[in-house]
Design a protein around this ligand. Sequence first.
Ligand SMILES: Nc1ncnc2c1ncn2[C@@H]1O[C@H](COP(=O)(O)OP(=O)(O)OP(=O)(O)O)[C@@H](O)[C@H]1O
Ligand SMILES: [Zn+2]
Length: 732
Amino acid sequence: MTSMTRFHPPGAPVAVLTTQPLDRALDYRAPEGGVEDGAFVEVPLGPRKVLGVVWGAAAGDWPVEKLRPILRVLPVPPMAQAFRDFIERSAAYTLTPLPAMLRLGLRAPGLGEAPGKRRVYTLGTGEPDRATAARAAVIDALQSRPGDVFALSELADMAGVSSGVVKGLLKSGAVLEQATPRDADYPTLDPQRPGKTLAEDQIAAAEGLRTSVKSGTYGTTLLKGVTGSGKTEVYLEAVAEALAQGRQALVLLPEIALTGEFLTRVEARFGARPAEWHSGVTQAERRRCWTHVATGQARLVVGARSSLFLPFRSLGLIVVDEEHDTSYKQEDGVLYSARDMAVLRASCEGAQVILATATPSLESWANAELGKYARLDLTSRFGDAVMPKLATIDMRDEQLPGGRWVSPTLQRAIEARIIEGEQSLIFLNRRGYAPVTLCRACGQQVACHQCDARMVEHRFQKRLMCHQCGETAPMPDACPSCKVEGKMAAVGPGVERMAEEVTTLFPEARVAILSSDLFGSARSLKAKVEEIARGGADIIVGTQLVAKGHNFPKLTLVGVIDADLGLQGSDLRAAERTFQLMRQVSGRAGRADKPGVALMQTYQPEHPVIRAILSGDEESFLREEADQRRAAGVPPYGRMAGIVISDTDGATAFDVGNALARDITPLAAIGAEVYGPAPAPIARIRGRHRVRLLVKAPRQAPIQPALADWVGRIILPRSTRLSIDIDPQSFL
Ligand SMILES: Nc1ncnc2c1ncn2[C@@H]1O[C@H](COP(=O)(O)OP(=O)(O)OP(=O)(O)O)[C@@H](O)[C@H]1O
Ligand SMILES: [Zn+2]
C-alpha cells in the first residue's frame, strides 16, 4: 500500500504508474515546481507521451540522472489516497495488473488535452450542399440526440461513417464545430428540501440509514424490501444525509433504462438532477462528470458499475440498487463484481454501502446473517398497493396447437385486462424470434462459424445473430448445409415471436416489445420505457430487461411464458436466479391502486423452486438454499475461481490446462481443489477454443496469492490467453 501523501521537490525520483501494460510503476524525475503523490501526469514512454499517476517515491534502483522528467502535471486534483488504495486492493482481489485497474479510473476523454484544443460537433441549421446516405446518417444521429455535443470520432462512430464525412458537413453549416465550452458546474442539490411523507416502516429504515451515514465510517446495510415498498424513497434519505454532511454519494443502477425515472425522482427530492455516468452519455458529458467528481463539485452521481472508478474527493455513500442483479458482474476485460467492489471502495473511503433489493443475493443475505452487514426490512408495499397474487398455469392441462405458447388461461386473463384498460406484461427471457433455426430437409441447425453456438433469428432486423460474438448474417433462403431452398424453419419461441403471437391473438391491442437488442441507443430505450409507463401500450412483451425495477402503474397482469426455463441448467445459482427473476418480474404487477396477478406457465408446478416462488417465503427459500450450498462447500460458503484458457488451437489450450492441473502445489497448500481441464460449455468463441478449470477453496482460504503463484509457474504460448475469474457468476 502507498504511504502517506507526500510532496516530491523538483528533480526528486518518483514512481509513476501508467495505463500501459507494464508490470510495474516506472521511475521519473519530478518536474519544475515539484509534484504530489496522486498527481495525474504526462510522461515520456519510448517515443510516446502517456498518462499516469504519481504512485509514491521511486523504487530507487535507477540512478536519478538517468531518469526522464515528468513532462506535465495535468490541471486536475490529484488522485486521493483512498482511491489509490482502492485501485491497489481491487487489483489484488481480482488478480488484475495495476495498470489495467488504473485504466478504469482514467476513463475521462481528453484528460491530457489542453482545454482550448478540443472541438465538439453539433447540429447546425444549414442544408448539406450535397445529400448522401452517409451525410444523412450524421444528421440523423445529431437529430436523435437534441442538445448534445459530440467529439469528432464519437459522432462518426454513432453515424457509422468516417470523420471526413462529418468534416464535409461543416462548410454548409449543417454541422457546427465549436471549441469545447468549459465544463459547466452541476446545479446544487438541496438535501433540506422536504421529501415525500414516509410511512412508518419507511421512517424506521430511513432513520437507521441516516444514523449509519452520520457515523462517517465504513459499514454495509442490506435494505431488503418487497417490490414497491419504497426502497428508493428510503435510500434517498441516506443520500440526503451524505449531502448534508458535505460528502458525495453514488447510486449504482443495473440498467441504463432505469436512470430516466431515477433522475426525475432525484429532481423531485433535491430540486436538481445529479451527474450521470454510463455508456448512454456523451464524451463531453463524461468529462464534465469526471472532472467535477474529482473537485467534489458533483455531489451525487447516478451510474453504471464503471462509476465505481470515478475520482471521488469525499465519498460518503454508495447505493447498489437491485444488488442481486447479474449485470453488476463485469464479464469481459477486468472481471469484477460491482457489488463487491462497492463494498471494497467504501471500506477504503470510510463510507457506507446500501445494498437495496427485494430478492437478495445469497451472498449478501449470508453476510447479513453473519452480522457482517446490517439489515433493514420493508415488508409491505407502500400505501394501498398490495403484493400481487401468484399462481401457476399447469401446461399439461392446457390445449395448445403447435407453434403457440400463450395458454388459453393466460389469453383469457389478458383479454380481461384489455377490457378494463389495464396493461399486461408477457415475459420470456429469450431475445430474438426463435432460439433455433433448422433446415426441414436435412435437419441441420444454423450455427455460428466462429463459435460453438446457434445463430438466433432476429426477424425485425431480418438477420441471424450469434449471441456469443455478435456476428450477424442475412437470413438464408437455402440451407447452408444441403442447399435446399425454402425449408428453413424457426423452432421455439423468442420475444419477437411472442409479440407476433400476441398481435395475432389481440389484433386491436397496442403491443410493445422490450428487448435490449431492439434499441439502437440507451436513450431510445429510455424513451420507450417512459412511453409505456404513461400507458402507451396494452401489452408489453419483454425479456429480463423488464424485470428490473420498472414502475408501470397501469400494469396489473404478468404472464410468464416459461417459468421452467432457468431451472434446466446445472448452474450453481439456477434456483436462486429463477427465484429472483420470477419474484422480480411478478413484482411489476399491481404497483398502484389496482391489485396485480402473476401467472406462471410451467410443466412442473410441483418443482420445489416453483413452490417456493408461489409461497413467497423468501427466508425459508434462502435458508434451504444456504444449507445446500454449505453442504457442498460452494459460494458463499466456499471460494471459487474460474480459469478460462483460450487458443486458436484447441490442443494447445488443453496442453496448458493439463500442465496447470498437473502441479497444484500452491493451491493444495491452502486446501483448494482443482477440477478440469474440460472443454468450456461454449467450447469455441470467436474462433478461439476454450478450456476451463474450476478452483474450489475453503471460505477463509487466501485464494488470490495461491492462484497467482500457481498460474505464474506456467509459461503461456504466445497465442494463448488465460483469464481468472474470482467468484465467477457464469460458467460458460
Ligand atoms: N412515502 C411515499 N410517499 C409517496 N409515494 C411513495 C412513498 N414510498 C413509495 N412511494 C411510491 O411507491 C412506488 C414504489 O416505490 P419504489 O419504486 O421506491 O419501490 P421499490 O421498493 O424500489 O420497488 P422495486 O423493488 O420494485 O424497484 C413509487 O411509485 C413511489 O413513488
Ligand atoms: Zn459467434
